[in-house]
Design a protein around this ligand. Structure first.
Ligand SMILES: NC(=O)c1ccc[n+]([C@@H]2O[C@H](COP(=O)([O-])OP(=O)(O)OC[C@H]3O[C@@H](n4cnc5c(N)ncnc54)[C@H](OP(=O)(O)O)[C@@H]3O)[C@@H](O)[C@H]2O)c1
Length: 272
């Protein structure tokens, strides 16, 4: 693991027995809008899915919560008793998990959402161009980079205690612009002084994201050859359960300084 010089070890503090009971519900049928601090807000937190908080409750603000990772991250966060408020752009409201509080705004425009972050203590940044490919190089700069810049500035202003960023495994022999933009995003975060966890997956397998399963024999071989072992592990495929587990672990174990979480540590964080 690369700790970036100042990172602490990623603590895998998940209780497996508890996690096995987590609902994998991904219903996107409804939206609950509740103002922070209201009675309904407290009820939303304390009774979400009948679970009671088992540890320190985090107040999480999340961008990109309507995407593939975000839609699978929000239900377990709520199940574990955390407050979650998701930034959603107009038109995407129906994609967000039921029971999640919604902040309407544009993730690319800091002024549209900055005032809605407090009283969050954690900020999860998941905005990115859908289905990244080399053909989308221009969009990586226009969306991924602009959104991380807006999020970091807004997080600093809001006094966020822990910033969580999904970057990408690096170095890698392909997707150079995507990697360069993620490296720029990481540099922005480091320069901000925020306590940060940066997760570096390569590809997250799950519903609708299964085509790389064909490469598993190739990975198996590369992980056993000395010349390719390190790269194969760094760019290894991970499951949605592993990625979700790593994100929840990050939320519940704030970094001091900058903590980098790479594929082997993400794998160790699976729910079951
Ligand atoms: N999934 C992976 O295997 C993987 C691997 C490495 C890194 N990552 C990174 O992890 C992050 C989350 O991945 P994901 O798979 O969940 O991505 P995703 O399914 O494509 O979701 C992207 C999110 O970004 C939002 N978004 C996209 N363009 C936007 C724009 N112009 N303005 C405002 N919001 C916009 C989407 O909002 P709408 O719903 O409103 O469109 C959605 O919430 C991304 O940054 C991705 O690059 C993912």
């Amino acid at each position: 693991m690369n700790t970036g010089g100042v990172g602490a070890r990623f603590a895998f503090a998940i209780n497996p027995a508890y996690c096995m009971n987590l609902s994998a519900r991904t219903s996107v049928s409804g939206v609950v809008k509740v103002h922070a601090g209201s009675k309904a807000d407290s009820a939303c937190r304390a009774t979400a899915h009948g679970q009671k908080p088992t540890q320190m409750t985090r107040n999480v603000f999340i961008t990109g919560g309507t995407g593939y990772l975000g839609r699978h991250l929000i239900p377990p966060l709520l199940n574990r008793g955390h407050y979650v408020r998701a930034l959603v752009r107009p038109g995407s409201e129906r994609k967000i998990s039921a029971d999640c509080r919604v902040a309407l705004g544009d993730a690319l425009k800091q002024e549209s959402f900055a005032h809605q972050i407090k009283p969050a203590d954690a900020f999860v940044q998941l905005v990115g161009v859908p289905h990244p490919s080399p053909a989308k190089a221009k969009l990586f700069r226009e969306i991924d980079l602009v959104s991380v810049r807006a999020s970091v500035a807004a997080a600093v202003d809001a006094g966020i205690q822990h910033f969580i960023y999904v970057s990408v495994a690096q170095p890698a022999p392909m997707m150079k612009t995507y990697q360069a933009v993620r490296a720029e995003g990481e540099a922005l975060i480091r320069g901000s002084g925020l306590n940060t966890t940066i997760l570096r997956p390569w590809y997250v397998l799950g519903p609708g994201h299964r085509w790389p399963y064909a490469f598993i024999p190739f990975y198996w071989l590369c992980e056993r050859l000395p010349a390719t072992r390190v790269t194969a592990k760094r760019l290894g495929l991970i499951t949605l359960a592993q990625m979700t587990g790593a994100l929840v672990t990050a939320v519940e174990n704030p970094a001091q300084g900058v903590r980098i979480v790479e594929v082997p540590e993400i794998r160790a964080a699976a729910w079951n």
